[in-house]
Design a protein around this ligand. Structure first.
Ligand SMILES: [Zn+2]
Length: 310
């Protein structure tokens, strides 16, 4: 049996900026691969994040980072740029094969009847991500990028640079190719070291995800949210910065929270599968899609279907 890879559904998502998501857009494609039996399904999110060099020019030798601190920059060399793009691709790829979705009871159109055991089988849909950082193939069908991100090449020889550069969703630096390390206390005061591939985290924002404490609505992150006025004395503490406060990254929470990719670490939890969930809801309408963060070991689960046929 030859079989095919078939595009079943596609959707363009536009997300607003609120507690549920950052302002962003992305494409979603649902494929069925019937080269295998049973067929396998894949929900691929497609994101065009155009990376643009910032080079010193016209007497401008510095950029300001996420904390509004000025940093001296130097020109990009072609080899360094190409290394950076390679690192960006590797870090974006970490979003692949982390989640599987099971359709809700209301969605039966993907089910397959298995004649061998007389059962209806419901697929687990593999979640994948395709990211383009430069130009995109014509078949992609988009004229402009979902997001344009500038990348600074911070000059480490300038001693005036104030500490380490902090990237944000629209500004990366050459250092993001190297994972960042934070040593933070958990909820019991025990200190842990968390390592994060920074571009992977920023791609999470590009997919519409907020920080882990925002998504999980923690009390500390909520305090940061409510005290996000410039004159508020809490701004000079770890509560400062609203949804970007350390507490919204999982500082002082159980360690698995700060270790999340949308915290200060590198783990992927069901919360981080939201962009795939939103895409499935856009394609199929309301319903509860079950998220799995580990491959269940087989492609389908047997389901009870209403025996009454119309
Ligand atoms: Zn962030």
């Amino acid at each position: 049996m030859a079989g095919t890879i078939e595009l079943l559904k596609s959707a363009s998502l536009k997300l607003s900026y609120d507690r549920l998501s950052t302002e962003t857009s992305l494409e979603a494609r649902l494929y069925r691969n019937s080269r295998t039996f049973p067929a396998t399904y894949e929900l691929d999110l497609q994101l065009w994040v155009k990376l643009v060099q910032i080079n010193p020019s016209g007497g401008n030798f510095w950029v300001v980072d996420a904390d509004n601190n000025p940093f001296f920059i130097r020109p990009w060399k072609p080899q360094d740029w190409s290394n950076f793009i390679d690192a960006a691709n590797r870090q974006a790829d970490l979003w692949n094969d982390k989640f599987w979705l099971k359709p809700p009871n209301s969605v039966t159109e993907l089910d397959i009847f298995d004649m061998n055991n007389g059962l209806w089988m419901r697929p687990y849909i593999k979640c994948t991500l395709t990211t383009y950082f430069g130009e995109v193939p014509g078949s992609f069908g988009l004229r402009s990028p979902h997001r344009v991100v500038e990348v600074a090449n911070v000059d480490p020889s300038k001693y005036l640079n104030p500490g380490s550069f902090r990237s944000h969703a629209l500004l990366y630096s050459e250092k993001d190719a190297t994972p960042s390390v934070a040593t933070w206390p958990d909820n019991l005061g025990v200190s842990h070291s968390f390592t994060q591939p920074v571009i992977t985290h920023e791609i999470g924002h590009a997919l519409g995800l907020q920080h882990i404490g925002v998504m999980r609505k923690t009390a500390f992150c909520k305090v940061a949210e409510l005290n996000n006025q410039e004159s508020n004395p809490l701004q000079k503490t770890l509560f400062g910065g609203g949804w970007n406060a350390a507490y919204c990254y999982g500082y002082g929470e159980a360690a698995d929270m700060a270790d999340d990719i949308m915290g200060a670490g590198q783990k992927f939890s069901a919360d981080d599968a939201k962009p795939w969930n939103w895409s499935a809801l856009t394609m199929f309408g309301p319903g509860f899609w079950t998220t799995m963060t580990a491959y269940p070991g087989f492609n389908f689960s047997a389901v009870e279907r209403n025996r009454i046929r119309r």
